[in-house]
Write a protein that binds this ligand. Structure first.
Ligand code: CDP
Ligand code: MG
Length: 716
């Protein structure tokens, strides 16, 4: 009700009245929003089975919940369990997600539904970002983060329930986490028997680090109660989870799915990016309103399609509806990822350009059309050569179905598969778990840090090949992370396990302290953690090349990245002195990036990562030292840490990777693409029609036996 005012009033009264009216209006809006949320929650398929689900959780220590995307599992179940009293005694309900973006968006949504401030009762924690407090009871996090928490608290004693969400994605972290949780659950339910070995093993693995890690003492852990485990999955993989957890009960929650019309192309598409572009405009010009979701394989592709869409928008006939592009991929900073969830302004149709992140992890409202070129970027590992690479491969049938399902969440939709129907039947049923196709060094290091020494005997849901495990043990040994008896070494192995990075990168930082180039290595590690710092728009190729040339180092890509970072820091420093408002500084940086053909999003992300890793490094007692312009030290340090990724030039101009004997080419994006150095080290192997190495630096071949004698001894 609007308040009524007397006819005659002083101006002060009038002002107060207006304030009151405004306040009231706001209150009404808030109330209306709350009402809407309440209705929405009640209408979700999971709402009708709340009591049954809570009952099942009470009865079963491990429960598997299968339900279609959008049924309300991720947002509702933790609230049901909270309301049912599972957070008594200050216990926490932990929900793990394979992806950062899901942890953040869902936590925000649930905080709003609970009408609390994010970071209080409901919070999230992801690598490089923590939004929790001592009052957090429902905590969303990445699966990798929970693994790291286990280093500090091996029994995960603060948690009463752990929900492993999106388990069907079978990321390497999910698989390791499941094995670990099985152990923790056993230890917590039998505190006097099984727990002992586990705790002992944990404490033993980190004797020297007890001060910084403060592992749980047996007496404290004895107080902990049993741990409930819930595995949530979108597809029909319940049986394998159930078998792994000793015949655990599985329950199904029905989803809401409207019909989706699936359309195929007549012929295979030679250029799927072009086909995507054409389909976007075909939908935009011919189909009824509704947003579009297009699946692409990575940041570079997304950005190039984004630019092409912008070019073509200008050619649209007058009076056409506007088109707004929104990218979403894993390495996009979270606040920018949020743009995908905002409704398009009126008069606009939204086209979301996403990686497989949008398959199941996040629910973006408003999607009516899905474009699926049928491809995904995946890790692939060759245990014989020890080389991991990124390749673009066809999706599985399960992925294709998930993708098309995204068009039918709110009403009937359409999915455009950019391949002929005959191709669909050739797809594999489901995706091979990541643990079977990635380098395991990181996993093995973490397990070792948790005191789990027998990696081959570890109860993996799906065992990686023995060869892959042996290869990673060998790599860690060569990096100095393991001692002669294959236990975590002190201090190097322990320090490496503390850094949330790939082992080679951690090693590079640790060595950089000795080589007195920690500042530079920190920059490189941060810059290599993001995709594509440079961009080359088709229409301005020459200008972009010239811009990059101004940063280029004849020694290679790593120093080039350092040059870019230093120049960007200088730009920020300059704008600080003229005007210190953060927004203005960011604007300046954005402008600088545009002028220099630097990807602003990537650079900002790299800057965030830089400050986070710097925090870790300082906590470890390292203080960043710079080698200034003496890049020789820096290149020697690169050689000492990435010696497993060294390659020698062959007479025909190609390179031979020394550890695997594979023939590789320098990627055209490298500053060393034309100037062929005799010996190089590289960071990444990308397989397309050839083996390409990216991020390459020239080194002296004599440094290899000098700096990595454990691998390049004179007689080998
Ligand atoms: O986990 P599941 O896919 O079963 O569903 P959910 O993530 O709990 O989402 C249930 C519903 O909540 C979605 O269909 C959306 O309508 C809504 N939701 C939202 O509006 N914003 C979010 N960030 C997450 C969910
Ligand atoms: Mg979910």
């Amino acid at each position: 009700m609007m308040p009524s005012f007397p006819n005659i009033s002083t101006s002060k009264d009038q002002q107060d009245g207006r304030k009151l009216a405004n306040g009231d209006c706001k209150n009404q809006q808030v109330l209306a929003r709350r009402q809407l949320i309440l209705q929405h929650r009640k209408s979700l398929p999971i709402a009708s089975v709340e009591r049954r689900l809570v009952e099942e959780v009470r009865k079963n220590d491990t429960l598997i919940i299968v339900g279609e995307t959008g049924s309300g599992k991720t947002t509702q179940l933790p609230q049901f369990l909270y309301n049912a009293g599972f957070c008594r005694d200050e216990k926490i309900i932990g929900v793990t997600q394979p992806r950062r973006v899901a942890a953040v968006t869902v936590a925000k949504r649930v905080a709003e539904e609970c009408n609390v401030e994010l970071g209080q009762k409901v919070g999230y924690s992801i690598r490089f970002e923590d939004a929790t407090s001592s009052s957090t009871r429902i905590k969303y996090m990445t699966d990798g983060l929970l693994l790291r928490e286990a280093l500090l608290d091996p029994l995960l004693s603060r948690y009463s329930i752990i929900i492993v969400d999106e388990a069907h994605e079978r990321t390497v972290h999910t698989d390791v986490l499941l094995g670990l949780l099985k152990k923790v659950q056993l230890a917590r339910s039998h505190p006097t028997t099984n727990q002992h070995n586990f705790i002992k093993a944990n404490a033993k693995g980190r004797e020297d680090e007890s001060r910084s890690f403060s592992p749980l003492k047996a007496s404290e852990s004895a107080k902990s109660t049993s741990l409930k485990l819930i595995i949530m999955s979108a597809s029909l993989d319940a049986r394998c989870f159930s078998e792994y957890f000793g015949g655990a009960k599985a329950v199904h929650v029905h989803g809401r799915q409207y019909p989706v019309e699936v359309l195929y192309t007549y012929q295979p598409e030679p250029d799927y990016l072009d086909a995507t572009l054409i389909t976007i405009f075909q939908i935009h010009l011919e189909e009824a309103s509704g947003d579009i979701l297009a699946f692409l394989t990575g940041q570079e592709e997304i950005e190039s399609v984004e630019r092409l869409v912008h070019d073509r928008i200008r050619q649209l006939p007058d009076g056409s509806q506007n088109l707004l592009t929104v990218p979403i991929y894993a390495s996009l900073p979270s606040e920018q990822q949020m743009n995908a969830f905002k409704p398009a302004p009126s008069g606009f149709r939204k086209v979301i350009l996403a990686t497989n992140i949008a398959e199941t992890s996040v629910t973006i409202p408003g999607i009516k059309y899905v474009i699926d070129p049928g491809l995904v970027k995946a890790r692939s590992y060759n245990p014989v050569t020890g080389m991991e690479s990124l390749i673009i491969i066809p999706t599985s049938k399960a992925q294709a179905l998930q993708r098309s399902g995204r068009a039918g969440r709110e009403g009937p939709g359409k999915c455009f598969r950019l391949y002929p129907e005959s191709e669909f039947s050739k797809l594999t049923d489901s995706t091979v778990p990541e643990i079977k196709r990635c380098n395991l060094s990181n996993v093995v290091l973490q397990l070792k840090a948790l005191g789990i020494d027998d990696i081959i005997g570890f109860d993996f849901m799906e065992k990686p090949s023995r060869m892959a495990i042996v290869k990673s043990l060998e790599q860690l040994f060569l990096l100095g992370a393991l001692s002669d008896d294959y236990k975590l070494s002190s201090p190097v192995g322990q320090q490496m396990a503390r850094l949330p990075l790939d082992p080679m990168y951690s090693k590079a930082l640790i060595l950089a302290k000795e080589f007195k180039c920690l500042e530079e290595m920190l920059i490189v590690v941060a810059m290599l953690s993001v995709e594509s710092i440079f961009y080359f728009p088709r229409e301005k190729m020459e200008e972009a090349r010239a811009a990059r040339k101004s940063f280029s180092s004849p020694e290679g890509d790593h120093i080039t990245l350092v040059n870019v970072y230093r120049a960007s820091a200088e730009c920020l420093e300059k704008s600080k002195t003229t005007n210190s408002k953060e927004k203005t500084m960011e604007k300046k940086l954005n402008k600088w990036c545009r002028e220099n053909f630097i990807n602003y999003r990537s650079l900002r992300h790299a800057r965030d990562i830089h400050s986070q890793i710097e925090g870790h490094i300082r906590q470890m007692g390292f203080s960043p030292s710079s080698c200034g312009d003496d890049m020789l030290q820096f290149r020697r340090c690169l050689t000492a840490s990435f010696f497993l990724n060294a390659a020698m030039k062959q007479p025909d101009g190609s390179y031979r990777a020394l550890s695997s004997s594979q023939t590789v080419q320098v990627h055209p994006s490298s500053v060393l693409f034309r100037t062929k150095a005799d010996c190089i080290i590289f960071n990444e192997l990308v397989r397309t029609n050839q083996n390409y190495v990216r991020n390459v630096t020239r080194v002296d071949p004599l440094w290899l036996p000098e700096l990595a004698p454990q691998y390049y001894a004179a007689d080998s």
